[in-house]
Design a binder for this molecule. Structure first.
Ligand code: MG
Length: 251
C-alpha cells in the first residue's frame, strides 16, 4: 500500500525529519577523534527526547540504541559501543525520529579529523549520488529513475552501490512501501505520485558491492573490507519536483 500524504501530513513528517536534521547538526560538532560511538548515541537520545520525540530506531526489531554509527567498512545498522573514533575514520550516522505518530529518517557520513583523498572522494560522490536520486522525485517518473540516477553517478566515479539494502516509503511507519533500490534500469518500477514520501539512501562502497552481516546480527560491513558511505534524506514527491524534508545547514 502506497500512501499519499496531504499538506498537513507532509508538515508533520517534516517536523520529525527536521528534528533528525537538528540531531545530525548537533552530532557534527561532537564527531572528533577520541569520542566513542556510545557517547554519540547518548547525546542523540537526550537531544531527541528533550524535543518531545522518540528515537525511532530504539527497540525497532530489538535494536538497542538510538543511532546507527557506521565506521569505515561498516555500511549501516552498527550498534553504538566503546569504539573510539580516530583521525582518518569516516562515520555514517543514521538517525530516525517519531513525533506525534510521524517518522523522519536521515543519514550523513562525516570525516573524522583528516581523512585521505579516497575517503573525501567517497563522501563527495555518495552525497552527490543521493542528490541525483532526489532530483528524480517528480510525480510521473518512476522509482527506477531514482535508482538509475544513483547507480550511474556512483559507478561513473569507480565506486559500487550496495544492492541488499534499500530506501523506502516513510510516514506513519519508518518503513513503508515502496522500496527504493539504489541500482537498476530507468523507467521501471512503480510510478511516483505527488504526496508520496520517500527515504532515499544510497550506500556506496570504494570496492565491491557485496556486503555481509556480522555476528551481532546487525552490523553490515563490506565483504572486501573497503570503505563505505551512506547519505539519506526524507523527501516528498511533488508535481514540480522533490521537496527535501530533512534539509539543514549541514548540507
Ligand atoms: Mg532509511
Amino acid at each position: 500500500m502506497v500512501y499519499l500524504r496531504d499538506r498537513t501530513e507532509i508538515e508533520a513528517i517534516r517536523a520529525s525529519a527536521q528534528l533528525v536534521a537538528r540531531t545530525l547538526e548537533m552530532l557534527s560538532r561532537e564527531v572528533k577523534p577520541g569520542v566513542t560511538t556510545a557517547e554519540l548515541d547518548r547525546l542523540a537520545e537526550s537531544f531527541i527526547r528533550d524535543h518531545d520525540a522518540r528515537p525511532a530506531f530504539k527497540g525497532y526489531r530489538g535494536f538497542p540504541a538510538s543511532i546507527c554509527p557506521s565506521v569505515n567498512e561498516e555500511v549501516v545498522h552498527s550498534i553504538p559501543g566503546p569504539r573510539r573514533l580516530k583521525s582518518g575514520d569516516i562515520i555514517g550516522i543514521d538517525v530516525g525520529v517519531e513525533q506525534g505518530g510521524y517518522f523522519g529518517d536521515a543519514a550523513f557520513t562525516f570525516a573524522v579529523g583528516e581523512v585521505n583523498e579516497e575517503a573525501k572522494r567517497l563522501l563527495q560522490v555518495t552525497r552527490e549520488a543521493l542528490m541525483c536520486g532526489i532530483e528524480q522525485a517528480h510525480a510521473g517518473r518512476r522509482i527506477g529513475d531514482i535508482s538509475f540516477a544513483i547507480q550511474s553517478h556512483a559507478e561513473k566515479h569507480g565506486f559500487s552501490v550496495v544492492r541488499e539494502l534499500l530506501g523506502h516509503g516513510i510516514g506513519r511507519a519508518m518503513h513503508e512501501e515502496p522500496q527504493v533500490p539504489n541500482f537498476g534500469p530507468p523507467d521501471r518500477g512503480p510510478r511516483l505520485m505527488a504526496g508520496q514520501v520517500l527515504a532515499i539512501e544510497p550506500m556506496v562502497n570504494v570496492g565491491r558491492a557485496e556486503v555481509m552481516t556480522q555476528s551481532d546480527g546487525w552490523t553490515v560491513v563490506t565483504r572486501d573490507g573497503s570503505l563505505s558511505a551512506h547519505f539519506e534524506h526524507t523527501v516528498a514527491v511533488g508535481i514540480d519536483g522533490p521537496e527535501i524534508l530533512s534539509g539543514s545547514q549541514l548540507w
